[in-house]
Design a protein around this ligand. Sequence first.
Ligand code: SF4
Ligand code: SF4
Length: 279
Amino acid sequence: MKATVNKIIPFSSVDGPGNRTAVFLQGCNIDCKYCHNPETRGLCTGCGVCVPECPEGALSMVQGSVLYDAEKCVQCDTCIHVCPHDSSPRTQKLTPEETYARVKKQIPFIRGISVSGGECMLWPDFLTELFRLARADGLTTLIDSNGTIPFWEYPALMEVTDGVMLDIKAFDCEEHRAVTGAPNDVVLANAAYLAENAKLYEVRAVIVPGLYDTRKSIQDMGRFLAPYLSVHKFRIKVIAYRPMGVRREYAVYEVPDQAYLESLADILKGYGFEEIIII
Ligand code: SF4
Ligand code: SF4
């Protein structure tokens, strides 16, 4: 059982509580206009477009697949910018055991492991096994997800998952479709399921004025989520849209200012949320 891994960050302090190793899996099932890591969206097709573009000769084609030489790579990112498939030649196919071997080295320095993407729920069997290995060593386990895949269909995974960091990219279904190309009925059902089962660690909303009605979305989201605070506490991240890393055609939206973000946080405080992080 292998997953395509985009990268592993040994230490991250922004992917859940404490220091964590963050694993990013390749491939996504939706198409957010403001995606900040578009090179994680697609699986490599072996088209070869990136190979002659690498200034260091770190890429070559071998039997229809692109081969990457990490020793030669200078991390210039030319390959991901020229890739027509929102992919990267620097991904690796790894088993849960191979992935965990890289996490295990950090054990004295980390509290847990967080897996993101792309959309990591596209690899549920891999996640289940990776988390089993992490739990056996006393690490905590978090999933970062766009919420479009039903968590309740994976009870074995839920058993070894401590929490989920869930995106609600717009509360209104049609606005969610405009932002991502997909409806949000499963996202909201996931939010309720995870909250009821005390597995909702964090809800994330990226604020993109002009792309959807951000104030109304935060209001509706606060009203929807507030009743679950009586089951367990969870935090909300209000994240400002920033154009860095966004595909050129979508790097056009207004960046919200701090005062506006704080006004959205005030709405959430009004619904009883105590931990609201603005970034
Ligand atoms: S990384 Fe992109 S450009 Fe390079 S071979 Fe794969 S799909 Fe083609
Ligand atoms: S980032 Fe990509 S293009 Fe740049 S040196 Fe590495 S493999 Fe080559």
